[in-house]
Every structure is written in C-alpha cells, then in structure tokens.
Design a binder for this molecule. Structure first.
Ligand SMILES: NC(=O)c1ccc[n+]([C@@H]2O[C@H](COP(=O)([O-])OP(=O)(O)OC[C@H]3O[C@@H](n4cnc5c(N)ncnc54)[C@H](OP(=O)(O)O)[C@@H]3O)[C@@H](O)[C@H]2O)c1
Length: 245
C-alpha cells in the first residue's frame, strides 16, 4: 500500500508538539491512527480534534519506557484495524542541564524515553511487521545528534543512539520493511526546554521564539517518508530552520 490513505499508523508522544502535528497531518490525509502518550487529557483532546473533523483515531495510555505499554499500542492497532503499517517513535524529553547540576533523574528519563523507548517500540512492532511482510519504522531523532551543543550532551547522546539504532535496523530490515530517521532542528513546541535547568530553559525558549520552525514542517517530512511507493525507503531526513547553524 502506498500513500497515506487508509494506513494504520501508531504515533508515540502524540499529546503535544510534533507528535500532535503529525497525527493531525496524517489524519487529514486519511490515515487511521493509534496515538500514545501519558497525559490522557491532552491525548484525548487530540483524538477528539481529529474525530470531530471526520478522521479516525484512538488514544492509548503509553509510557514508552515500559515494554507492555508499547505492546498495548501495537495490539490496539491490530484489534481495532487488523494491521499496523507504520510506527512513529516520537516521544521525547528535552530536560537538558549542565553535568555539574547532577540531574540524574533527567539523564535517566532521556535514556529511558529515547533509547529504551525506541527499543520497546521495535520489540513490539517488528514481529508484527515480519508477520505481515510490510511495515515502516519512522524514528524521530534531532539535529543534536549532528551538532553537539552544551549543556545538551546527554540529550545529544541519546539522539545519537536513535540515529545509530535506526541505521542498524534499516540494514537488518530486508526487502519488506522500511526504516526512516527524521531529525528535526529547533521546532516551536512546548517541549523545548521543558524540565531543563533554569538557565538552559530560558536560553532554549528564547531561541525557539526567535528562530523555530512550526511542528507542521516536521509532520510534512514524516508524511513525505510515509507516502512514498512501496519499495522506496526514505532513510533519512534532516529538517531545520534556515537560520539554524
Ligand atoms: N522541539 C524541538 O525543537 C525538537 C528538535 C529536535 C527533536 N525533537 C524531538 O521531537 C520529539 C517531540 O518533541 P516536541 O518538541 O514535540 O515536544 P513535546 O511537545 O514536549 O512532545 C513530547 C511528547 O513526548 C511525550 N512523552 C514524553 N515522555 C514520554 C514517555 N516516557 N512515554 C510516552 N510519551 C512520552 C509527551 O507526552 P506525555 O507527557 O503526555 O507523555 C509529548 O507528547 C522528541 O523526541 C524531541 O526530542 C524536538
């Protein structure tokens, strides 16, 4: 199946920002969506917004650090729609800080969300994709994996892991599956600097307000990768504001 119309697409981190914009964009193009996140009120609002416009979406409580939650996400796709065409692994946290602050809970959250979370998605979706003999992983990285800026080392390291895992998965995926890395630059979302140390949060918020691109730019990039004909793998997209160094 090529295009987006009718595809069953699961998106993690769909309660705000890039995930929400991606869900909305894909719904407008006729995808059937299974949306995951932890803030159920926000997630339900996204689902309601899509269904109010005639789209098809269901929300599932998902903490990507827990294997069983990713299993529930993929099971819901199979139960509701009988297939899973795409898993967009987008959940993320940008709680950056200098090492000297020793915000080890934040380091753990970045590792468990970006690295363990991505692996949990692969663990849940890969057997489904193999059985179906089709499926598409779309993993959201970051330009932080290309240009390391302080105090973002832990964030950059985990996004580098996303990049490396995606390339390894692509090489092992074989002729039936597709694997895409989408690496955004600074994007105008509430997540920029959320939970970061005060100085880092203020600097990131200021930069966001000055130069960030809208989340719809990332949503379009994800849609572009998904809508390619079967057998065409868009392996990597880096999308950033023109003014971003
Ligand atoms: N904005 C940027 O400048 C930028 C640039 C490059 C890359 N990115 C990446 O883009 C992705 C989306 O970020 P965003 O900018 O759209 O920020 P956002 O609005 O804060 O979105 C992050 C999403 O991830 C979810 N999430 C966080 N931890 C989770 C967990 N453990 N389990 C499930 N869901 C979780 C959040 O939902 P809940 O809190 O409801 O669970 C939320 O829906 C992230 O991977 C981020 O690293 C962003």
């Amino acid at each position: 199946m090529s295009g987006i119309q009718g595809k069953v697409i699961a998106v993690t981190g769909a309660s705000s920002g890039i995930g929400e914009a991606t869900a909305t964009h894909l719904a407008e193009k006729g995808a059937r969506l299974v949306l995951g996140a932890r803030r159920e009120d926000r997630l339900n609002a996204v689902v309601d917004g899509i269904t109010a416009k005639g789209g098809t979406a269901v929300g599932v409580f998902v903490d990507v650090s827990r294997r069983e939650d990713l299993q529930r996400l993929t099971d819901t796709a199979l139960d509701q729609y009988g297939r899973l065409d795409v898993l967009v692994s987008n959940a993320g946290t940008m709680a950056v800080s200098p090492f000297d602050d020793l915000r080890q809970d934040d380091w753990d959250a970045m590792v468990s969300t970006h690295v363990t979370g991505l692996l949990n998605g692969i663990g849940a979706a890969l057997p489904v994709f193999r059985r179906q003999r089709f499926g598409h992983f779309v993993n959201v990285g970051s330009t932080a994996a290309y240009v390391v800026k302080t105090p973002q080392a832990v964030y950059a390291a985990t996004k580098t892991a996303v990049k490396v895992l995606t390339e390894g998965l692509r090489q092992e995926s074989g002729p039936d599956l597709r694997v895409t890395l989408v690496s955004p630059g600074l994007t105008d979302t509430e997540g920029v600097g959320k939970g970061a140390s005060p100085e880092a949060a203020a600097a990131m918020a200021q930069q966001r307000d000055e130069i960030a691109m809208p989340p719809s730019a990332v949503a379009s990039a994800i849609g572009y990768a998904i809508e390619q004909p079967e057998g065409v793998d868009v392996s990597e997209i880096v999308v950033r504001p023109t003014v971003q160094a």
